[in-house]
Design a protein around this ligand. Structure first.
Ligand SMILES: NC(=O)C1=CN([C@@H]2O[C@H](COP(=O)(O)OP(=O)(O)OC[C@H]3O[C@@H](n4cnc5c(N)ncnc54)[C@H](OP(=O)(O)O)[C@@H]3O)[C@@H](O)[C@H]2O)C=CC1
Ligand SMILES: Nc1nc(=O)c2c([nH]1)NC[C@@H]1CN(c3ccc(C(=O)N[C@@H](CCC(=O)O)C(=O)O)cc3)C=[N+]21
Ligand SMILES: [Mg+2]
Length: 299
């Protein structure tokens, strides 16, 4: 057993630096164009986790100098009311980015709601047009969590070309766009999901491992290829020794003995998601006013 420990990838610090760069660009937009990016966040109902995320987003939106606009609808609001709000925000020139917090109540069709957002204001990158643009290598709004993961990987590895990458999880909001981004970087990409026959065998080969399955500590440390770069997207609230704790989809204390580098939970991918949301809102605003886009922000 080797006693080396993986480098801990400090997503929290990386995200703070990214937010500073966004803030500088927000100041430039204001000085040169007299415009302040506006980000609308829509929350339906009172899911406690969502309420916390939305509050964090609002605080950080203000911190980078953007105008945050929070919209709260009751859980029993109709889908038609939500669609009306989205259309109103689409038509509002002071709003450059729109985020509808997921999950939505069961009586709403999330796909329909997301696809009603003007794709140019879709700072989550969830609209089918943005998914299609990304998949075909065209300029798109890129989903925040995969974008944040990509920034951390590039910071660590430089060019990703030729690496064997495995993405565990195939959701439309994390796994699939993550795989698209890695493919665009010329990784050799595999995607695992709930019907993957031998997950361990797949994980053992991965030089880059991104896990977004939503299963607490699904990946034991001894599956990980020595030296691999591990990005843990999972956020799972579990009880340990009678106390509520937050854990990822990777068994961190085991994995840290094998991996070359690994993101912690919390303090890894989560803060990057919010910083990338702000970066996307900035990008949307630059495109709306015809300002040059700050290339060093975007991956
Ligand atoms: N850090 C952050 O900023 C963010 C964190 N998250 C977290 O990331 C995780 C994933 O989120 P999301 O993509 O929305 O989740 P979903 O539940 O939408 O998707 C989970 C994916 O993982 C697959 N999966 C489930 N169980 C297994 C298993 N045992 N083995 C292999 N694959 C499995 C599913 O397979 P199948 O397709 O076959 O069902 C599915 O593709 C969650 O913990 C979530 O909280 C999410 C967004 C942002
Ligand atoms: N339309 C939409 N867009 C989203 O981007 C979206 C969403 N809906 N629904 C929920 C998920 C989840 N998500 C997170 C954002 C930040 C952290 C985050 O900041 N995490 C910190 C703190 C974690 C904590 O203490 O709870 C960390 O990991 O260090 C986590 C998760 C965005 N999501
Ligand atoms: Mg090491």
């Amino acid at each position: 057993m080797c006693s080396a420990r993986a480098d801990i990838i400090d997503g929290k610090a990386f995200a703070a630096t990214l937010r500073q760069k966004v803030a500088a660009q927000v100041a430039r937009l204001k000085a040169e164009y007299g415009i302040v990016p506006g980000l609308a966040v829509v929350l339906v109902g009172e899911d406690p986790a969502s309420t916390v995320y939305v509050r964090n987003k609002e605080r950080m939106t203000a911190e980078v100098g953007m105008n945050g606009h929070a919209f709260r609808l009751p859980a029993h609001a109709s889908e038609a009311e939500l669609l009306d709000l989205v259309r109103q925000l689409n038509a509002d020139s002071a709003i450059h980015g729109i985020l509808v917090q997921l999950p939505l109540p069961a009586h709403m069709d999330a796909r329909k709601v997301i696809n009603t957002i003007n794709p140019e204001k879709d700072v989550d990158g969830f609209h089918v047009v943005n998914a299609g643009l990304l998949a075909t290598g065209q300029e798109a709004m890129v989903p925040c969590t995969p974008l944040g993961c990509l920034m951390l990987l590039r910071d660590r590895l430089g060019s990703l070309a030729g690496y064997k990458a495995l993405v565990v999880g195939a959701s439309n909001i994390v796994g699939k766009p993550m795989a698209q981004l890695l493919l665009a970087e010329k990784c050799t990409v595999s995607i695992a999901h709930s019907r993957t026959r031998d997950l361990e065998a797949e994980v053992r080969q991965a030089e880059i491992l991104v896990v977004a399955a939503g299963r607490a500590e699904l990946i034991p440390g001894d599956w990980i290829k020595p030296g691999a770069v591990v990005i843990d997207v999972g956020i799972n609230r579990i009880e340990r020794d009678g106390k509520p704790v937050l854990v990822g989809d990777v068994a961190f204390e085991q994995a840290v003995r094998v991996a070359g580098a690994i993101t912690p939970v919390p303090g890894g991918v989560g803060p990057m998601t919010i910083a990338c949301l702000l970066a996307n809102a900035l990008t949307a605003c630059c495109r709306a006013v015809g300002a040059s886009e700050p290339a060093e922000l975007v991956a």
